[in-house]
Design a protein around this ligand. Structure first.
Ligand SMILES: [Cu+2]
Length: 126
C-alpha cells in the first residue's frame, strides 16, 4: 500500500512537470499561433435533426473520383458524413437540412465535373 501511494505521488509530480513544460512551450509560441486560432469554428449539429439522402452521381470512375465528391460535399456547412461509391454511382450524405440543401450539394458535385441526376431520402434507423 505504501509503495503504491508513493508511485501515485510520483505520477502526479510527473504529470505536473509535463503540464508545466507544455505551458512554457505554448507561452513562447503564443505570438505565432494566435493568427491560426480563428479556424476553429464551433459547429453544433443536433443529431435528431440530421437527414440522410442518397444522391445519384454520374461520371465517377475510381476511388479518386469518390474522394473528390466526398471532399466537395463534405466541405459544405452542416454535412456530417459523405460516402461516395463509383460502382453504385451514388453519394450517401448525412447532413443538417437547416444548414445545407440538396441543391447546394448538387452544385458542389457539378462544379467538380460530375453530373447529378436525383436523390432519395434514406430512412432513419429507429
Ligand atoms: Cu476517378
Amino acid at each position: 500500500m505504501g509503495i503504491f501511494f508513493k508511485n501515485e505521488i510520483m505520477k502526479k509530480l510527473l504529470i505536473l512537470f509535463a503540464i508545466s513544460l507544455v505551458m512554457l512551450a505554448c507561452g513562447t509560441q503564443n505570438h505565432k499561433t494566435e493568427s491560426t486560432e480563428t479556424q476553429e469554428a464551433v459547429e453544433t449539429i443536433d443529431p435528431a435533426s440530421l437527414e440522410t439522402i442518397e444522391i445519384a452521381v454520374i461520371g465517377m470512375t475510381c476511388g479518386g473520383c469518390e474522394r473528390t465528391v466526398q471532399t466537395a460535399v463534405g466541405n459544405l456547412p452542416g454535412v456530417q458524413s459523405v460516402k461516395a461509391s463509383h460502382t453504385d454511382s451514388t453519394a450517401l450524405v448525412t447532413f443538417d437540412p437547416g444548414q445545407t440543401t440538396f441543391e447546394a450539394m448538387k452544385a458542389a458535385i457539378i462544379d467538380k465535373g460530375y453530373a447529378v441526376e436525383d436523390y432519395a431520402m434514406v430512412e432513419k434507423p429507429q
